[in-house]
Write a protein of this length. Sequence first.
Length: 291
Amino acid sequence: MSQTLTGSRTASMTLYRDEYIAGFERGGSLLRNTVTTEFMKQGASIVFLVADSGSATAVTRGSDGLYPARVNNNNQTTLTLVDKTDLPRMNGFDIFTSQGPQREIMFKTSQMVIGRTVDDQILTALDTGTLGTSAAASTDALGMFFHALTALGNNNAGIVMPGDLTAVISTGFYANLLKTKEFTSKEYVNIERLVNGIPQPIRMEQFCGVNIIVHNGVSGAGGASEKCFMFHKNAVGHAIDKENFNPTFGFNEEQNYSWVRCSAYMAAAKLQNTGILEMLHDGSAYATATV
């Protein structure tokens, strides 16, 4: 005679992992170290001065026996700081009933938001440049790289000191560079970018004296018109308060909620148009497909 069960054969238990896995999102990068940055203690705006001789040439005395005089070019660019803030908040009950260290998550994600905002401001300033290697997108990453490097040199914005030039490029642009022997072969470079055919971890590196930052925040990333740039350090100005990237956190006892606030007062702007070259890259070959 069979027995009839009144309950379940199993009593399943769900286990929730204490450690959390960070979601995929873009944070800050080393981009702000490649522009001219002013750390401010106080003030609503800052003025950058770009001064030059106007490509003057030496002269001889005039018919009156005097040297002709000239004046320098003084060009001022004003950056007005704006308050950029991220403020995550969570009440005590939600923290108590949620998985993972929610206060720690608020702290770390808030830093990422502000870091991402700094990069976006600099990329927006670069996008105001009006010079480029071509109006049409190309997959010839190496060709565009050398084109931009040469054009900047012709504009007197080439490399004088280490770190003067930076290329901020998409992952697709970098992938196409990896396909060229000039970028990867020991016959041309002394840095191993491919070990047993495997790309090494992407970081800020140098090629032909140019800093390279692979950045998936460039406009059009992953598409047919990725706006990559090569630029001189003195072509972009950036200002930020000295106490940046230091989140504050607290707890409201009356309303029983925790909060984290990360604020930074900052601005970025183009200083010299001739020091920025856009490299319009076609990265559509690396687009994902639904399978």
